[in-house]
Design a protein around this ligand. Structure first.
Ligand code: ADP
Length: 649
């Protein structure tokens, strides 16, 4: 076994690999970019090496610096995680040329599966069913259009170098083909530098079912059953589970056998996944699944397989890479119960899933749930910032229970009691999906989310009760900011029970004022609208746990949904403490253009930057003459209320 390894990744997967390495007594070296210098993976590793600036091209994709870091720290092997360099055969060769071990398959296996067209040809020869379609050399419009007609519409045009659903177009009729082809080629060229495409039969009522495989250097290949990843949004996975709902013994045998055959065809070593597209129009059948592609790495969703098999896949990766045989034979690998994983993202589901950023001023996960096993693979902790440089995933929440219904319920309730404030997150969307009737009854197919997007992403409108809770939560902040608990802060003013404090906050554009007074029983009485003649809303001590106050805002948690209010006083207090005046983003958006820089003296009315939000451009101009102390960077994704410009005092 290795003594020391480099983990060439960040976030939750770096932490996940580190956990197993620690347990096995393997020392870990983290690599990090400047933007990540205080990240969890850096703090928790035995050693850490900075490999460059924030953009991935200057850090996490710099294979040369990662190899240098390994050599300098005396590590023997590199674990790539997923994404970044995990499926880059040139990197594997450079790692090996430096005398190090790559914890993953050979460069040859990665190359064989790297391009979808070549992989499909290879699989066809190996006797694995592939999606009917055209994956040959010709790329001329006329020829491809003729092939599409032969295959029969609807067809799917796919970039052969594709990944993450990019360069993919569904075409329903021949007239739309030329335009869709051009669009797919353009997108493929921009994203992968390779415009070549293949054309496939679009499988109707499609389900995405994949098989986890594992090979070693001694010629053994096993499978660890299947995962279902049909809950997708724009061809990207949202919720994954194992086993696949409605799977039967016959279909499972056929799929796992095909997957093992596929891995054997390329003498596969390490963890890999064979992805199949399944026609589920008449249930799962042994002759209705086809190979789509192989991912030659650990997958994001590997925990669901770990939960049902009790196997630590990272431990297997380390063992296999160090030359050991697979720890178990096929007949020793068992599956138990049902596991479901949800990907918790900083994104705004209501605004078409715009990626969000922000500081996670408040972040808490439940530590257990009743009747099921809970696992949280987080990449961040409270106080960490989601930057625009990397994937905005906060955590994966995974639940394992005896049955699918219990696992779905367990996961939904785990997400109900997860609290995030400081960034917009997809928690509400995830729980609505988990509780969706079609999803719950296994009536799955990849189009489900798209069809129900409106209902799944609709956030409840704040009720008076939420406003009262928000008011109550902020009332303590004024009295005692060192202690976030308004109840204990107000309790000290017990003899003033009749005296009320005036508070205000913004519900969208509307200013809401209220009077707050402490009651003898420790609760707070809130008069919305400052009218003491009306019946007050009583907010109890127990409700304090359902709100979080953070600079300029207060967030109230209602199940998995969160309702955030601006609190002008708190914003002002935060600004005053930091000195200088500032301009804030009026809504979440993208900083498209920056026209001034630090130390510039600017004139009133001078345009400083352009914010693109809700598909419109907003110019932010200087409200007065002044000198710029800080300004947002071009390309940054900013949240509502984020600082865009700060002037010198
Ligand atoms: P990428 O590598 O970009 O992720 P994939 O080939 O893995 O692309 O496909 C992504 C998703 O697109 C699949 O999970 C599935 O939902 C859908 N898809 C792919 N091929 C087909 C097909 N032939 N018919 C129907 N849906 C498909």
């Amino acid at each position: 076994m290795f003594q020391k390894i480099v983990i060439a990744n960040r976030g939750e997967i770096a932490l996940r690999v580190m956990r197993t390495a620690k347990r096995m007594g393997v020392a870990t070296v983290a690599v990090y970019s400047q933007a990540d210098r205080n990240a969890q993976h850096v703090l928790l590793a035995d050693q850490a090496v900075c490999i460059g600036d924030a953009p991935v091209g200057e850090s996490y994709l710099r294979g040369d610096r990662i190899i240098e870091a390994a050599l300098a720290t005396g590590a023997e092997a590199i674990h790539p995680g997923y994404g970044f360099l995990s499926e880059n055969p040139d990197f594997v060769e450079k790692v090996e040329a430096a005398g190090l071990t790559f914890i993953g398959p050979s460069s040859k296996a990665i190359r064989a599966m790297g391009l979808k067209d070549a992989a499909k040809r290879l699989m066809e020869r190996a006797g694995v069913p592939v999606v009917p379609g055209y994956h040959g050399e010709t790329q001329a419009l006329v020829a491809l259009a003729a092939k599409a007609n032969e295959i029969g519409f609807p067809v799917l045009i796919k970039a052969r170098a594709g990944g993450g659903g990019k360069g993919m177009r569904l075409v329903s009729d021949p007239d739309a083909f030329p335009e869709a082809l051009a669009a797919a080629q353009r997108e493929a060229k921009a994203a992968f530098g390779d415009e070549r495409v293949l054309v496939e039969k679009y499988v109707e009522t499609p389900r995405h079912i994949e098989v986890q495989v594992f090979g070693d250097m001694h010629g053994n290949v096993v499978h660890l059953f299947e995962r279902d990843c049909s809950a997708q949004r724009r061809h990207q996975k949202v919720i994954e589970e194992a086993p696949a709902p409605g799977m039967n013994a016959q279909t499972r045998a056929a799929m796992t056998e095909a997957a093992v055959k596929a891995a054997q065809a390329i003498s596969y070593c390490g963890a890999g996944t064979i992805e199949f597209i399944v026609d589920a129009s008449e249930g799962l059948r042994p002759d209705r699944f086809w190979f789509m592609e192989m991912n030659t790495r650990l997958q994001v969703e590997h925990p669901v397989t770990e939960m049902i098999t009790g196997i630590d896949l990272v431990e297997w990766q380390l063992r296999v890479a160090s030359g050991e045989p697979l720890p178990l034979r096929q007949d020793e690998i068992m599956a138990n119960g049902h596991a479901v994983e949800a990907r918790l993202y900083a994104e705004d589901a209501e605004r078409d899933f715009l990626p969000a950023t922000g500081t996670l001023h408040h972040l808490s996960f439940p530590d257990h749930i009743d009747g099921a096993k809970l696992r949280v693979d987080a990449g961040v902790t409270q106080g960490d910032t989601i930057t625009p440089f990397y994937d905005p995933m906060i955590a994966k929440v995974i639940v394992h229970a005896a049955t699918r219904a219990e696992a779905l319920n367990g996961l939904a309730s785990a997400l109900d009691t997860t609290q995030v404030a400081g960034s917009t997150v997809n928690l509400g969307f995830l729980t609505r999906l988990l509780r969706d009737e079609d999803f719950a009854t296994s009536n799955l197919e990849t189009g489900l989310i798209g069809r129900k997007q409106d209902a799944l992403t609709r956030i409840p409108v704040p009720a008076t009760r939420h406003v009262a809770m928000a008011i109550a939560a902020t009332s303590g902040a004024e009295l005692d900011t060192s202690n976030g608990d308004p109840f204990s802060a107000l309790a000290g003013y017990g003899h003033f029970t009749q005296m009320s404090h005036r508070r205000e906050l913004m519900r969208g554009e509307e200013k809401v004022t209220a009077l707050v007074s402490a009651q003898r029983d420790g609760s707070l009485a809130i008069h919305i609208g400052e009218n003491e003649a009306t019946q007050p809303i009583i907010v109890r001590r127990a409700d304090a746990a359902r709100a979080a106050v953070w600079p300029g805002h207060v967030t109230v948690f209602e199940g998995a949904d969160s309702l955030t209010f601006d609190v002008p006083d708190l914003l002002q207090a935060a600004d005053d403490a930091a000195g200088g005046d500032r301009l804030r983003a009026p809504m979440p958006g993208l900083v498209k253009l920056v026209r001034a820089q630090t130390n510039d003296a600017v004139k009133k009315g001078q345009p400083l930057l352009v914010l693109e939000a809700m598909k419109m451009e907003h110019t932010i101009s200087a409200p007065h003459d002044g000198v710029i102390a800080e300004i947002a960077s071009e390309g940054a994704q900013v949240n509502d209320g984020a600082m865009l410009v700060r002037f010198e005092e």
